[in-house]
Ligand binder design. Structure first.
Ligand code: R5P
Length: 301
């Protein structure tokens, strides 16, 4: 990693300052001060009081993208106006990817519009485990260059260290990419189930007839825990078939509404997430992954 470099700084989009500071420290660069303001009518204001370096790494949370996006765009635009020549946007969780088709007539393909909105404001995007299903690469909708990292290996290593005789379970076909790679890293078998979604909070999970639970502990692995229904229904389906209490691992723990309680009450033994989104369930640290990827991308002093 590089020594202190005044041409480079980490800037806290809307992250917890502690987390942004941690990344800045890992990269051995300063943390740029940002002052946020909320006007009485609800509009946002932002000020960058210090000198803006040539390259700025902006770390931002977009787990509540609708209220968070506009302030982030204000910040990025201001950094550019104040002299930043290269803006590297780090979004550990990249939202608005699941609506990647017009599933019902007349529906907005929000993933495309969101990508069009964000792309002009940065030069490079760094993210972890984006929900790429019908899109095979972010470049299909984003016009910036990107670095896509995965937590799958770290999840596999965590499972190997914490669970004996694990059987990794992907709740639906979309989870295959994560569960298969995590299983390889965990040296454990995996199975992918079949999900039918009837609504936001209404999913059915079907187990294959030949599923062999034996004496194994099921470990559910999925990219996103949103309403929690996918995981909860999978836990219930497994328990109904005589499985031990499963562990649930999600890369991005959004935990919308009562998702956590729903999952805890479904019969799950425990719930673990990566810290792409800050939550009490965080156990898999993505910061070393982010720091080493950034060290490759950023200019050397
Ligand atoms: C979709 O396919 C994703 O991979 C997740 O399975 C989904 O977003 C989980 O959503 P929920 O927690 O609302 O069931």
């Amino acid at each position: 990693m590089k020594g202190p470099d005044m041409t480079l700084a980490v800037c806290n989009g809307n992250f917890s300052t502690l987390r942004a500071k941690r990344l800045a420290d890992m990269l051995k660069v300063p943390l740029l001060d940002v002052e946020w303001h909320r006007y009485p009518d609800g509009e946002s204001g932002v000020r960058v009081p210090g000198t803006v370096p040539e390259t700025v790494v902006v770390l931002a949370d977009l787990d509540h993208p609708d209220p968070q996006l506009l302030p982030l765009l204000f910040l990025l635009d201001t950094l550019r106006e104040l002299g930043a020549r290269r803006l590297v946007l780090v979004l550990p969780y990249l939202p608005y990817l699941r609506q990647d088709a017009r599933f019902r007539s007349g529906e907005a393909i929000t993933s495309r519009t969101f990508a069009q909105l964000l792309s002009p404001f940065c030069d490079h995007l760094v993210t972890l485990d984006p929900h790429l299903h019908r899109y095979h690469a972010l470049s299909e909708i984003y016009t910036v260059t990107d670095t896509v990292l995965t937590t799958a290996d770290a999840i596999g290593v965590w499972i190997a260290a914490n669970v004996e005789h694990a059987l990794l379970v992907g709740p639906d076909s979309e989870s295959r990419q994560w569960v298969s790679r995590a299983a390889e890293a965990a040296h454990a078998p995996f199975v992918v189930l079949e999900k039918t979604r009837h609504g936001d909070r209404d999913v059915d999970i079907a187990l294959p007839d030949d599923i062999r639970l034996d004496e194994r502990t099921p470990v559910l692995v999925d990219d996103i825990i949103s309403s929690g229904h996918t995981m909860a229904q999978t836990v219930r389906a497994l328990r109904k078939n005589g499985a031990r209490a499963p562990l649930c691992i999600g890369v991005h723990g959004l935990f919308a509404g009562d998702a956590l309680a729903l999952l805890e009450n479904s019969g799950a033994a425990s719930i673990v997430t990566s810290n792409t989104i800050e939550h009490a369930s965080n156990a898999i640290d993505v910061f070393p992954l982010l720091a080493s990827a950034l060290a490759e991308i950023l200019p050397t002093s």
